[in-house]
Design a protein. Structure first.
Length: 139
């Protein structure tokens, strides 16, 4: 996903909200497999479930605050960009990927060396492959 300039200068608190709310609500609708765009009420409910205040989501006049509008705008942007598109796939097979090999969030590989090489070379292999996977996923 390429960065949108509207969101590149936002602080760590904003990204902590995105991450926490996404983890609490889930990233996708299970039935449709579409990326979720939470409503203001969903945002407040997620924060409440996490025992966090949601007061900052509303301005004094009762309308959504700038922070809440930025959050909703980011979730809408993310859904628009990601829905229906395989964003990340890997050039090589891995032993496991979560949630799937298309758009993985985490990948793993089981290394089985039985008396064929030294410990140092096994670590070097793992580091090298991890760097390659990271660069591929970063693109």
């Amino acid at each position: 996903m390429r960065p949108d300039q509207r969101f590149t200068t936002l602080d760590k608190a904003f990204w902590a909200h995105v991450r926490s709310i996404s983890q609490e609500l889930g990233y996708t609708e299970r039935k449709t497999k579409e990326i979720k765009v939470p409503t203001l009420q969903n945002l407040a409910d997620a924060l409440s479930q996490l025992s966090l205040s949601s007061a900052h989501l509303l301005a004094k006049d009762g309308r959504p605050s700038d922070f809440a509008r930025n959050l909703h705008g980011y979730f809408a942007y993310r859904a628009e960009v990601l829905n229906g598109l395989p964003v990340r796939t890997l050039a090589r097979r891995v032993d496991g990927a979560f949630p799937s090999v298309i758009n993985p969030v985490a990948i793993w590989e089981v290394k089985e060396y039985y008396h064929t090489t030294t410990f140092g070379s096994r670590v070097a292999d793992g580091v090298y492959e991890t760097l390659l996977d990271g660069m591929e996923l970063e693109d």
